[in-house]
Design a protein around this ligand. Sequence first.
Ligand code: SAH
Length: 346
Amino acid sequence: MKFLQDLTYEDTEKMVCDCGMPKYRAGQLFSWIARGAKYDEMSNIPRELKEYLISQGYGDEPIRIIKKLTSNLDGTVKFLYALQDGNVIEGVLMKYKYGNTLCVSTQVGCRMNCAFCASGLDGLVRNLSAGEILGQIIAVNAEYGSGTVGNVVLMGSGEPLDNYDNTAVFLKNVSDPRGLNISKRGISLSTCGLCDKMRRLCDEGYTPTLTVSLHAPNDEIRKKIMPVANSYSVNEIITAAKYYFNVTKRRVIFEYSLISGVNDSKECAVELARLVKGFPCHVNLIALNSVKERGLDGTPRDKVEKFKAILEKMNVSVTLRRSMGADIEGACGQLRRKYVDGTGEQ
Ligand code: SAH
């Protein structure tokens, strides 16, 4: 299945030319697509062009919201979206003082199988197309008004760099001024540390804020919780992160989810501080959201504070991320699983 939202501006121009229409039609079309318009809503687009696109197999709705859950604690909204093939993915809209951030998925499921994450429990189902990734933002804007989504984090289910080509088209489209026009500074890409793809991303001119899910200060601990650590060492990750900084001049963020008794000792804090010192980066701590199937627990609050204090004392730039939407299954993949298992109320 192909969708209008998969098209780059250049692709729409080609369609318009192939159809024998003047080029300015591409701008009109691209702008409708970014607003989530259906064919019958594109009032200034000639019927021949719409019929041509339909004859080429382009659908107008890659994804739609099927369920919304709003947190009573902080206004966070969790969405379930249906894809046209019946698969279901999820997303989260977080409301901050400086604007709204949408957490977007890049795959149905995930094949990284991190020991603490719900998204990988059933492995990878399939990649999302660029239009299915973009469509999540467009659907939320359509629901709450255009411009609702100011920032985007690729932190939903899936490993974005394991779906590199579609993620790259998405990055191009999401910041295109003729389309959604979300500032490049407002886009963050989170990866479990696929080093060659981290390099490729910046070599190809993409400059999202890069967030690396480190979660351990050494290979021994990392291998216990992240199978991907068997492919890339912690040192390779730090080297690739430095490379990304040198090319993009964007500070890299390391995610560190504190798991009780696994990666939260004083020694871990000291080792982490030594690992990341000496280049512009930032550490984001969060206490693990426990996922019932995974049997791991988050570090208690006082111990999290101690871990943070050690990093601060060793001059690491560090913040403690608030866990949002705790009452609506905020963590990765939890809502989708409930839905797919049929264990959640629908
Ligand atoms: N595959 C990418 C992006 C998706 S996961 C990545 O690994 O970065 C987004 C973030 O949530 C990652 O930092 C991931 O490690 C973290 N995460 C997953 N499950 C979690 C949980 N139960 N509690 C806290 N953080 C979790």
